[in-house]
Ligand binder design. Structure first.
Ligand SMILES: [Mg+2]
Length: 126
């Protein structure tokens, strides 16, 4: 974590940067198959499950490899982060948000906290 964070500006699209958040979200939505009668709860639970898989991969490195992250470990964690992203993209879609809007809202929140010097602390609305 940086000691002196600075506000970040997100650019929604740039051909040089590869896939945009919204392009990714469209691809994630296009590959979605899950129960249609409980979208939000299903996706929220699945998102937590995938976040748990990230944590489990990290835990196993701590337990079995003395905390040394080797390339296969890093790749496995990256794959799980992708699963987190997939569920987050689909959940955002169900809630009516473009993924770029979710990202921008989050960066706005973080930037506001930096500017008000309340990055540390507790509470969603600080
Ligand atoms: Mg997974």
């Amino acid at each position: 974590m940086a000691n002196n964070p600075t506000p970040v500006i997100i650019c929604e699209s740039s051909e040089q940067r590869g896939i945009t958040l919204n392009e990714y979200q469209q691809a994630a939505v296009a590959t979605a198959i899950f129960p249609t009668d409980s979208h939000i709860s299903y996706l929220a639970l699945a998102l937590c499950g995938e976040a748990g898989e990230v944590a489990d991969k990290v835990k196993k490195v701590l337990r079995d490899k003395n905390g040394q992250f080797y390339q296969p470990d890093i790749r496995a964690i990256a794959d799980e982060l992708g699963d987190v992203l997939w569920y987050a993209a689909n959940l955002a879609h169900i809630l009516g948000y473009k993924f770029s809007n979710i990202a921008q809202l989050n960066i706005n929140k973080i930037n506001s906290r930096i500017e008000r010097n309340v990055l540390h602390g507790e509470g969603d609305n600080r």
